[in-house]
Design a protein around this ligand. Structure first.
Ligand SMILES: [Zn+2]
Ligand SMILES: [Zn+2]
Length: 648
């Protein structure tokens, strides 16, 4: 590593290049993958391999392979992406450079209704020709394209299926060049039974596939293909003047053109309706489509390939199935001619329905188009229509069917709508009587119950004014308590004693902390005093910082950080000694000691003895230090004079 990868022959599959590399170096499949892909994959992909950036990075710098060229020329990238827009092509290319995860799903291959070939194919004529020309045969890219069953270079030669599996489910421990193929009997795709017409179609598919692989095709925009196809089916009489495409008509024509056995042979799945799939390409909502479907459509419509990709469609946009607007309002009210016009319709891609809304009367309806059949669903009848309904239902004595007819709806719908608007016109009187009687009976029973329950609870409270909710809810009043709570809530809340506040665990804990805070805060002055006297005893002055104080309290340091001891913290802050205070105390202590010893030293020595140097000598400290020094000198002098000595 790095080793030289052989230069690819024209139309050579990447797998083939790597097989020759492996064979030249006499190394195993695993070693090849380790060399070339740094072990990132288990198996070299055939059609749309991934991790190709890794491959190119692993090549020596002077080997002239660009990752883009590799993808375009040695994989089926161009075949699969010819009928997509450039943005999508670059996205797919990026994925192939990287890990390629989710690529088949992203490209819609898993849902395309077309089976992928499971074995690599060769053309016996190409094997001969390549051996003559290059000294060895190799795997061709175009032979592996879906739908290619005949060699596009040798149009009379059917491809042979080899024993090399392209399925990711079959694990292979070998990577084979064409010359290393075991001499097993190759299975020819069953094209012998096909008629001449089908043979011609297979040749055309192969030719187109090769053209796609040799050139860089793309669709300039998303609906390009749809518009090209619609342009052509207009000639076949499959487009209504209003712009409605006759998809089922197209499907019938496709069925006559492509036999089922041919489509199955090409890889279309049996349970799918392959013709419907192809006809679906004229829909602007067409889901991800497979290149093979486009090839079949192009062949059927006899569109030359270069014309398809280079000549813009004569139709500039998908024409609406309802023709040009504005559309007349379809308000169902009889004897009412709405003059409002619908200027805009909204298209719901989800339901494939078109929403019409009349600005004038508010009548709003959706039209669903499915298999060229229109279905109308009214969303909103609008103010005028509703007004008419209310008038008819409340004021006229005409029967249901008459009213329904005027409104343009069914009788069931009329009853449903009028009921939802609050009318009881068609409610059965006997039924209503039943409801009222039951409600009254219920009211009478609950009235009695209520009175009784209220009285019992009030009595209980009078007898024992301090009774708690719990006592009421569990004692002999349980039944009334529960009933009133459910059915007479307002009274219940007003008369039953309020729930008592429970001391929760949290509150209890807070109380505990507070008690500890008060106790500790009181201890602080005593503690600090003892620390000072300890210093004096030891003849060693330490700064009494907050840290020092805390270290003498029997509490964890963390307790202060949580803020649960505010009083103690304040006390500690009050009593902790600043650096200046500490120095002053030190000077005081030194002065006392010197006085006791009767020693007289100079001011600079005085400061040094207290270890007060450089930056410690603040202005304030120096004033205080001076005062202490003078007092000390003064007292020494007094002592000396008393003793009758003369120091000077
Ligand atoms: Zn050939
Ligand atoms: Zn209208």
């Amino acid at each position: 590593m790095p080793n030289l990868i052989p230069d690819a022959y024209p139309d050579e599959l990447l797998y083939s290049v790597l097989a020759r590399y492996s064979s030249n170096l006499q190394i195993t499949y695993t070693q090849t993958i380790r060399h070339v892909f740094s072990g990132k994959i288990n198996k070299v992909g055939f059609r749309l391999p991934a991790h190709l950036s890794t491959l190119v990075e692993n090549l020596p710098s002077w080997q002239d392979y660009s990752v883009e060229d590799l993808i375009s020329q040695n994989t089926l990238f161009r075949y699969y992406t010819a009928f997509t827009v450039p943005d999508r092509q670059s996205e797919i290319m990026e994925r192939m450079k990287g890990s390629g995860s989710g690529l088949p799903g992203f490209m819609g291959l898993t849902m395309s209704g077309i089976r992928e070939q499971s074995w690599l194919h060769i053309c016996p004529e190409c094997v001969k020709a390549d051996t003559e020309r290059y000294g060895e045969p190799y795997w061709h890219t175009v032979h592996q394209a879906p739908g290619v069953l005949i060699c596009p270079y040798h149009l009379d030669t059917a491809l042979l299926q080899t024993s090399v599996s392209t399925s990711s489910k079959v694990s292979s421990s070998q990577i084979l060049t064409v010359s290393e193929l075991p001499p097993t009997k190759h299975v020819t795709a069953q094209i012998d039974q096909l008629g001449q017409i089908d043979h011609d179609i297979l040749r055309d598919i192969s030719t187109i596939s090769l053209l796609l692989i040799q050139s860089q095709c793309n669709m300039p925009h998303q609906t390009w293909g749809t518009l090209k196809y619609r342009e052509k089916i207009t000639v076949l009489g499959l487009m209504s003047p209003g712009g409605m495409a006759d998809r089922s008509g197209l499907k019938e024509m496709l069925m006559k053109y492509y036999s089922k056995s041919l489509l199955l042979l090409l890889g279309f799945k049996d349970m799918e309706d392959p013709w419907k799939r192809i006809a679906g390409l004229i829909s602007p909502h067409a889901k991800r489509s497979h290149t093979l479907q486009h090839i079949l459509m192009i062949l059927f419509l006899k569109i030359p390939l270069d014309e398809f990709f280079s000549q813009p469609p004569s139709i500039s946009r998908v024409i609406h199935p309802f023709g040009k607007g504005p559309w007349g309002c379809k308000n169902s009210l009889k004897n009412f001619r709405c003059l409002g016009k619908i200027r805009e319709i909204t298209l719901s891609y989800r339901n494939k329905s078109y929403l019409f809304k009349c600005e004038s009367c508010g009548y709003t309806y959706a039209v669903l188009v499915k298999n060229s059949i229109e279905k109308t669903i009214v969303y909103d009848y609008g103010a005028i229509w509703i007004e008419e309904l209310i008038k008819l239902v409340t004021e006229s004595d005409r029967d249901k069917s008459y009213i329904a007819d005027v409104l343009g709806i069914s009788v069931t719908k009329l009853m449903k709508i009028s009921k939802s608007l609050g009318s009881d016109r068609w409610d059965s009187p006997r039924y209503m009587r039943g409801i009222f009687a039951r409600a009254e009976r219920k009211e009478a029973v609950s009235g009695e119950r209520r009175q009784q329950g209220r009285q019992k609870i009030l009595n209980a409270i009078t007898v024992e004014p301090n009774i708690s909710r719990t006592q009421l809810a569990t004692g002999p009043y349980k039944r009334h308590y529960e009933w009133l709570m459910r059915h007479d809530r307002e009274w219940f809340d007003q008369h039953v004693p309020a729930p008592r506040r429970h001391v929760t665990d949290y509150a209890r804990l807070a109380q505990k902390w507070h008690a500890m805070d008060v106790k500790t805060a009181l201890e602080i002055p005593v503690l600090v005093r003892s620390l000072y006297s300890l210093d004096n005893e030891r003849q060693k002055i330490r700064q009494i910082t907050s840290h020092e104080i805390i270290s003498h309290i029997d509490l964890r340091h963390g307790a202060f950080r949580t803020g649960k001891l505010p009083l103690t913290s304040a006390e500690i802050k009050k009593f902790s000694e600043s650096l200046e205070d500490f120095h002053i105390r030190k000077l005081d202590h030194l002065a006392i000691r010197l006085m006791q010893d009767g020693k007289l030293i100079s001011f600079p020595r005085f400061l040094e003895s207290a270890c007060i140097f450089g930056s410690y000598r603040t202005e304030k400290l120096m004033i205080v230090a001076n005062t202490i020094y003078e007092k000390y000198v003064h007292s020494i002098r007094l002592v000396t004079i008393r003793a009758g000595k003369n120091i000077l």
